[in-house]
Design a protein around this ligand. Structure first.
Ligand code: SF4
Length: 545
C-alpha cells in the first residue's frame, strides 16, 4: 500500500505494479509524534501527514514537492520508510514541463519496480484510469482551496442543504485516459501531459483556468478552505471572494480534529444563508396555549432571553450566568424574566448551547440571529462586530438584512469577553469597573501579546512596575480593539458599524475600536441581548406562520 496526498501523484503508474494507493488526508488528534521530528511552527498539514503515516504504519510514500513543508516531510521520512519518492512537479504545463515530468515518471517506475520487485503492467496501468466525474447536475456547494481533511469534508456535507463537491487541490483529481500506443517512454510522455492538464492548483503558474471553476449554474456557494500558516491559497481566496456571484465562506483550519469540531457554527451559519428558517426541522411541538414568542441565546458565559407578545412588543428579557449546563441556564433565564415556560408559544434557541435547549422549537446559529437582531435595532447597520464571552465575529449584511458573509475567531480567547474577565481577575477589579476605568489614562502603553496567557504575564509585570491600573486597562482595551480590527479587515466608506455582545458595554474597548476603524460604532441599548432578540424575532415569525 502506497500513500499519497496530491492530485498530481501518478497513482495509475503505482497501480501498474499491482500495488494499492491510499490517499492520506486525515486530520490529526495531536502533533506529538510529528512535532518531535520537526518543530512547533511547522505546517500543520505536513505534521498531520507525518502523524497519519505513523498511525497507519504506511511503509511507502509518493510525495509531490508541492512546497518546502512537503520537501521537509520527505527529508524526515526518507530514513524511516521502506520507499519514499519525491516527484519534482513542474510549475508549468508547457511541452518542456511535460518532458521533465515524463522523465520523473520513468525514474519513479524504475525505482518502484526495484522496491516492490514487480514489473510494469500496461493492462493494470490502463485499468487504473477513472472516468471523469462531471460536475453535479443538481445544486451543490463547492469545497475549494487547499486540501481539506476528511472530517472537515464530512462535517461540511452533514451541515449543507445541498451536496458538497470536493474541489480542493487534492479533491478534484482527474487524469484523462490516454491512448494505448507506443513504447514506455511514449506512454509516460502522454501520461505526463494528461497529469498536467488537470484544473491547475495554486502552485501552478498558469491558473487562468481557475477563473471558471465556479461559473457552473448549479454551484450555489463556495466553502473556501485554507491551512493555517499556508499562503498558497490566501491570494486565490481574495480573488474568488471578490469575483464571486455566489456566497463564499472562508475557513482556516490547522488540520486537527479539534478544529474540525469547531466548524459546526460556521457551516450552519453559512447553510442558513441558503434557506431561511423555512427548512429547519422543528425539534419540539408548538404550544397552542402559549402567548409569547421567545429567543434564548445560550452563550459560554451568559444565557440571554427575550420574549415578544403576539403584537410584536418585547414582553420580557433577562441575562443570567450560563453555569455548567446550557439547558439549566435557559430555564434560569426564563425564570429570571418572570416567565413560566408554559407561556411560551414558540421558542428559538441560538448560541453555543443552542442544540441542548430541548424546550426550544428550533435552533438557528448566532450568526443569523445576530444579523436579524442588529437589523431590528438599527435599519442602517450593515456590519456587526459581536464580541461575546468566548468568541468574536464580524457579520456583514446584504441590503435586505440577510447574511452576506462572516468571519469568526473562536479558536482562542484573545480579544473576547473571557480575555477581559481573566485580566479583571489579575487586576483584582470587577468587569464593570474594568469597562470604565480604562477611558482616562496617562500613559499610552501597549500589550504586545495577542495570547491571553502571555498577555497575563505582561499585565503581572506591569503591576509589579507599579503601572497605574487605568494605563494597564487602556492597553488591554487596545489589544482587544486590534484583534477585532484584524478580524474586520477592510472597511468601505459607506459601512455602518454596530457592536453587539457583552463587550459592547465596555466603553473603553468601543472607543479604541472607533479610533482604529476611524468611524463611529453604534451601540444599541442592551447590546448583549442582540442574539436572543434575533432568535425571538424568528420565533415570532415562525410561531405566527
Ligand atoms: S497545492 Fe498543488 S501541488 Fe500542492 S498538494 Fe495541492 S494540488 Fe498538489
Amino acid at each position: 500500500m502506497t500513500g499519497y496526498t496530491c492530485k498530481y501523484t501518478p497513482i495509475e503508474l503505482i497501480s501498474a505494479f499491482s500495488e494499492k494507493c491510499v490517499f492520506l488526508g486525515e486530520e490529526a488528534e495531536n502533533f506529538e509524534y510529528s512535532q518531535a521530528l520537526t518543530h512547533s511552527n511547522f505546517c500543520t498539514h505536513a505534521k498531520a501527514l507525518i502523524e497519519e503515516v505513523h498511525r497507519k504504519n504506511i511503509r511507502s510514500l509518493v510525495l509531490v514537492n508541492c512546497c518546502d513543508s512537503v520537501r521537509r516531510v520527505y527529508d524526515v521520512l526518507k530514513g524511516s520508510l521502506d520507499f519514499v519518492f519525491l516527484l519534482d512537479l513542474p510549475h508549468d504545463d508547457n511541452e518542456c514541463a511535460v518532458q521533465r515530468l515524463a522523465a520523473q515518471l520513468e525514474r519513479l517506475a524504475g525505482e518502484y519496480s526495484s522496491f516492490c520487485g514487480k514489473t510494469f503492467s500496461r493492462t493494470a496501468f490502463f485499468d487504473a484510469f477513472e472516468d471523469e466525474k462531471g460536475l453535479s447536475d443538481e445544486k451543490y456547494i463547492a469545497v475549494a482551496g487547499a486540501r481539506a481533511g476528511e472530517q472537515f469534508l464530512k462535517t461540511a456535507q452533514a451541515r449543507m442543504p445541498f451536496k458538497t463537491v470536493d474541489m480542493t487541490c487534492s479533491g478534484n483529481r482527474h487524469v484523462g485516459q490516454i491512448p494505448d500506443e507506443g513504447d514506455f517512454s511514449a506512454l509516460m510522455l502522454m501520461y505526463a501531459r494528461s497529469i498536467l492538464s488537470q484544473m491547475p492548483c495554486m502552485r501552478m503558474t498558469g491558473i487562468s483556468a481557475r477563473e471558471n471553476m465556479f461559473n457552473d449554474e448549479n454551484c450555489a456557494g463556495i466553502i473556501y478552505h485554507t491551512v493555517k500558516f499556508c499562503d498558497y491559497y490566501d491570494f486565490d481566496f481574495q480573488r474568488v471572494a471578490k469575483a464571486s456571484r455566489i456566497p463564499v465562506l472562508k475557513i482556516e483550519t490547522d488540520f486537527t480534529t479539534q478544529a474540525a469540531g469547531q466548524l459546526s457554527t460556521r457551516f450552519e451559519g453559512f447553510s442558513e444563508g441558503f434557506s431561511s428558517s423555512g427548512q429547519k426541522k422543528e425539534t419540539a411541538a408548538r404550544n397552542p396555549s402559549g402567548s409569547l414568542y421567545a429567543g434564548i441565546d445560550s452563550g459560554s458565559t451568559t444565557t440571554n432571553f427575550v420574549a415578544f407578545d403576539k403584537n410584536g412588543k418585547i414582553a420580557a428579557s433577562s441575562v443570567v450566568r450560563t453555569g455548567a449546563n446550557a439547558a439549566a441556564g435557559a430555564q434560569k433565564a426564563i425564570e429570571a424574566a418572570g416567565i413560566d415556560s408554559s407561556e411560551l408559544a414558540y421558542t428559538v434557541a441560538t448560541g453555543y448551547g443552542r442544540k441542548n435547549i430541548t424546550l426550544a422549537n428550533e435552533s438557528i446559529t448566532e450568526i443569523t440571529c445576530h444579523a436579524k437582531g442588529a437589523r431590528f435595532l438599527n435599519a442602517d447597520a450593515d456590519t456587526i462586530i459581536d464580541i461575546g464571552g468566548q468568541d468574536s465575529k464580524i457579520i456583514r449584511l446584504n441590503p435586505d438584512g440577510s447574511v452576506k458573509g462572516f468571519s469568526m475567531n473562536d479558536k482562542c480567547a484573545a480579544g473576547t469577553g473571557r480575555f477581559l474577565e481573566n485580566m479583571a481577575k489579575v487586576l483584582e477589579i470587577s468587569i464593570d469597573e474594568m469597562a470604565i476605568r480604562g477611558i482616562k489614562y496617562d500613559n499610552d502603553l501597549t500589550i504586545s501579546s495577542m495570547c491571553t496567557v502571555f498577555a497575563e504575564s505582561e499585565v503581572v509585570s506591569l503591576i509589579a512596575e507599579n503601572v497605574s491600573i487605568p494605563d494597564i486597562i487602556h492597553a488591554l482595551n487596545k489589544s482587544v480593539a486590534a484583534k477585532t480590527k484584524s478580524l474586520l479587515g477592510k472597511l468601505e466608506q459607506e459601512n455602518t458599524l454596530i457592536m453587539t455582545g457583552g463587550v459592547a458595554n465596555n466603553l473603553g474597548v468601543v472607543s479604541e475600536i472607533e479610533k482604529l476603524v476611524g468611524k463611529p460604532v453604534l451601540i444599541p441599548e442592551h447590546p448583549e441581548l442582540c442574539g436572543a432578540l434575533g432568535a425571538a424575532l424568528f420565533a415570532l415569525e415562525k410561531g405566527q406562520a
